[in-house]
Design a protein around this ligand. Structure first.
Ligand code: HEM
Length: 319
């Protein structure tokens, strides 16, 4: 989606993809920087030891990969009369085009693509993992999702469409509720960090000094009884559905999983479309059963991964 490049990481042999590994290592190092004093990681960075050595190496691998993708894409776009690809890199390159010339330099494109990679890859992975786990462990929810999917797929006149498209998934109100509910309990970004540039007063009345780091816990906010009611710990997609059967719009300062205000996630709508397409296609075709006694604890990370992944058995469903 970002680069128009498939690393084949989902091949049946689950190959170790070097750039995926490098990207994971960058994530680990960023988390490390949040838990040790700044002076410690800065010193390690200077000496090039420990996590910081890993960070430098991983960034190099990742940069080499990104620059080679940019070069290939540039060539493709020049050769194909500027109409190649519906990926985000092509879109950014074309946006920066003036009088037939691409104006964005490689460094700009590298930064833009890196940003989209950081923002877009892991949150979707995390969100879908917790979602499938919750659905697999709540058979009533699974049954309701299937009923809805059946209705929507059934309505596609005689067409044997295998994957629901953007317009179809908008009709999946219950699935939308289940995904919101899953993101409320397991927000992909469990901790948010902000830092004040100058003296300020928060809406709560607290004064903050310049350079104060403020951390807030979306994971906890999604589970506050004062905000979500007595059943705050239950997985209830119905919470998001109005009496008339439509989606209840919840203010983003309450449902904080995509951040709120000027720095709201730019991929929010895209994420819902993507997650609903993936979820409806998989659930329509397969029944998912979590492997017995498989531990499902969150990992210590900037993104809420499952520490041991999610081990499941899948069986083909006859629809
Ligand atoms: C379930 C999926 C996703 C979740 C839960 C999510 C959540 C978030 C959150 C919480 C932030 C704010 C981070 C911060 O300021 O500390 C954010 C920012 C952002 N997200 Fe997402 N995200 C998701 C998917 C995506 C996707 C697929 C894209 C694009 C391909 C994307 C693009 C962005 C961008 C560009 C920002 C930075 C916005 C800014 O700072 O102005 N996100 N996201």
């Amino acid at each position: 989606m970002v680069l128009g490049y498939d690393p084949k990481s989902l091949s049946i042999e689950f190959p170790l993809v070097e750039i995926e590994k490098a990207f994971d290592e960058v994530g680990e190092c960023i988390f490390y920087r949040h838990i040790v004093p700044r002076s410690v990681w800065k010193f390690q960075e200077w000496l090039q030891i420990g996590e910081e050595k890993k960070m430098t190496k991983a960034c190099k691998v990742f940069d080499q990969f990104l620059y080679s993708c940019i070069a290939t894409k540039r060539q493709e776009l020049n050769e194909c009369n500027k109409s190649s690809g519906d990926d985000l890199l092509s879109a950014i390159m074309m946006m920066g085009e003036e009088k037939g010339k691409m104006v964005h330099d490689d460094k700009f494109l590298r930064d833009a693509v890196f940003n989209l990679f950081v923002a877009g890859r892991d949150p979707i992975t995390s969100a879908l993992t917790w979602f499938f786990w919750l659905v697999a462990t709540h058979p009533l929810v699974e049954a309701k999702i299937l009923e809805e999917i059946k209705k929507v797929f059934g309505a596609i006149d005689g067409e044997k469409r295998k994957i629901l498209v953007k317009e179809d998934v908008r009709k999946l109100v219950y699935l939308h509720g289940a995904i919101c509910e899953s993101l409320r309990l397991y927000p992909a970004v469990p901790i948010e960090r902000k830092q004040s540039l100058k003296c300020d007063t928060l809406p709560s009345g607290h004064r903050v000094n310049p350079n104060t780091i403020i951390l807030f816990f979306t994971y906890a906010m999604g589970r506050f009884e004062e905000i979500w009611g007595k059943d705050c710990l239950e997985f209830k997609p119905e919470r998001w559905i109005s009496e008339k059967g439509g989606t209840i719009r919840v203010p983003s300062y309450k449902f904080f999983s995509f951040n709120a205000g000027p720095r709201t996630c730019m991929g929010k709508d895209l994420s819902f479309i993507q997650m609903k397409m993936v979820a409806s296609t998989i659930l329509r075709n397969y029944h998912i059963q979590v492997v017995e006694n498989h531990p499902t604890t969150p990992a210590h990370s900037t993104v809420l991964f499952m520490k041991h992944g999610l081990k499941v058995m899948i069986t083909k469903r006859e629809f």
